[in-house]
Structure formats: C-alpha cells, structure tokens
Design a protein around this ligand. Structure first.
Ligand code: ZN
Length: 298
C-alpha cells in the first residue's frame, strides 16, 4: 500500500457551486496547518480555538481572491487578547500568530469581551504590483464567523454565511455566498442556508468535504471543483530580519550589541531564531543598503 502524504489527506479546501442556484460555497479542513501554528507557541486554549477559526476563515476568504498575493486578517483588541494575525497566500500557504495578556489566564468568554474595544482589519496585497487594499471594520457579533459575515456584507455587499468549528485537532469552515448576478431560483439562498444550519460542529470537523455536501445537499445539483491543499509556511528569512534591523538604525542595533553581545530576533509566526552578532551588524550597515529590501510586515 502506498503511503499517503498527510497533507494530501488532511488539509483540504473544496470549492463548490450549485447548478440551479446563484450560490457558491467552500469547505475547508485544517489539521496540519493549524497544528503547526499551535506547536510553535504556548497559546492558551481559548486562543488555540480562535486561531483555528480565523485560519479556517482566512483560507476560505483567500480562495475567493481574484489575484496572486496575500490576504492578512488581523483582530486587534485591548482586553485579554491584543492581536491575532493570520496571513494566507493565494497558494494557501498560511501562518498565524497572536499576542495576549500573558500575566493572566485568558478566560473562556465571548470574543467581544476577550478583545474589549476591538477592530477587524483585512489587507489584500497583490503580489504583482497592484494596489494594496485595506478594510477596517468595528467588531459586530460575538464570533469569528459573525465578524467575517458582517465584513463581507458591509464591505463587499455580499450575503455570506460562515460556519466554523474546531474539534479533535481539526479547524473547519463551511461558507455559502450568494452570487450577485446569478441565474436560477431566487429563493435558493434561504433554502440552502437553512439546510446548512443543520450542520453540527462535530460533523463539520469530522466529515470529508464530499460527505458533508452529500449530507446537506443530496437533493441539489452540486458541482465540486478540484481540491486544494492549505498548508503551513513562514516567509521569514535572515535577509528580511536584517532589513528590519536596518530600519531600526545602526545606533540602536549597536547599543543592543553593547548591552547583550548580539541582536536576537524570534519570528512571531514560526519561532525561528535569528542571531546577529557584532560582525553581522557591522556587515549589515556597511553593505549596500539597496540590496536588502526591508519587509515592513515583519
Ligand atoms: Zn517565521
């Protein structure tokens, strides 16, 4: 028997369309990608789940993009949670990180209470020189799904429903979206969302996408697209960290060297450690500054 690649069997994004209704959908199941994120930091349980939900939501949103590039979702807060960041490339390479008040236990409260005064920021960054788009909305609703649904309606004028679940090491998402100028049954949206409302979190996190579609829509004509495979990946490099040190400035870098002997930087996303000693720092500031483009997102 051939050994299967766990990535090919576990992390899946499945798009689908209805032949007779102006509605499209996506199903995502993240296991490896989510676990990679959790292994890298000691996140409190509440944050583990929220990161899983946000990752599933980001994969679904990225699959809707019509350009090559990245989607960055940020939830900013002033409460127990300070920041959650998910980045997803159009090939579904994902990374995620969070900042929280580490002095206290993060309680199991509704999202709005965990964030306090919060906002949701979404950045679309086309790789090929297109305009970067940033949308910022206040928090409405008490779940990741509600925040995304509100964003899609207020910013994109698209009726979207999103169901999210994190169970048994799987972060899963199910999305339905009403197509603006579609053909077919005008009442289909209500009918299909009513059916989808019957999904339980356990079904969402455990059923393979095609089984889930059959369970919900076996009486509809559903067309499924080729499966895609989200996966964890970090874009940090020594060059990017060097660029960041350059932006910090020579005096600052040298004062850290004087105090600690080296500049140590840990990637927030993958926990990769980068060390720049006195020689590295001297080299950094004598080399041609145009060679290392600073990565402002790092
Ligand atoms: Zn990294």
């Amino acid at each position: 028997m051939q050994r299967s690649n766990p990535k090919m069997t576990q992390d899946i994004l499945q798009r689908f369309l209805f032949d007779t209704a102006p509605v499209r959908g996506e199903i995502v199941r993240l296991s490896d990608a989510w676990q990679h994120v959790l292994q890298r930091r000691d996140y409190p349980p509440v944050l583990q789940k929220l990161l899983g939900e946000l990752m599933a939501a980001a994969a679904v949103m990225t699959a809707m993009l019509k350009f090559e590039g990245s989607l960055i979702m940020q939830l900013h807060g002033k409460g127990h949670i300070k920041l959650m960041v998910i980045e997803c490339e159009s090939d579904l390479t994902m990374r995620a990180t969070a900042r929280w008040n580490e002095d206290e236990e993060v309680p199991d409260l509704p999202l709005a209470e965990l964030l306090g005064e919060g906002r949701f920021v979404i950045t679309l960054d086309p790789r090929s020189g297109g305009q970067t788009y940033q949308g910022i909305v206040g928090l409405s609703g008490n779940s990741v799904a509600a925040i995304i649904e509100h964003y899609m309606l207020s910013s994109e004028q698209l009726d979207t429903r999103l169901w999210l679940a994190c169970e048994n090491g799987v972060a899963a998402g199910f999305m339905l979206q009403k197509l603006p100028a579609g053909q077919g049954d005008p009442h289909a949206w209500e009918h299909l969302t009513t059916l989808a409302d019957t999904i339980t979190p356990t079904e969402l996190a455990s059923l393979p996408p095609r089984d889930l579609l059959y369970r919900l829509f076996h009486q509809e004509a559903v067309r499924v697209m080729t499966e895609e495979h989200p996966h964890f990946g970090c874009r940090c490099t020594r060059e990017k960290v060097g660029g960041m040190l350059k932006m910090m400035g020579r005096a600052e870098a040298e004062s850290v060297i004087a105090e600690r002997g080296a500049v140590d930087v840990n990637c927030d996303f993958c926990n990769q450690h980068y060390r720049f000693d006195a020689v590295d720092v001297a080299q950094l500031f004598t080399s041609d500054s145009t060679q290392t483009a600073p990565d402002t997102r790092h």
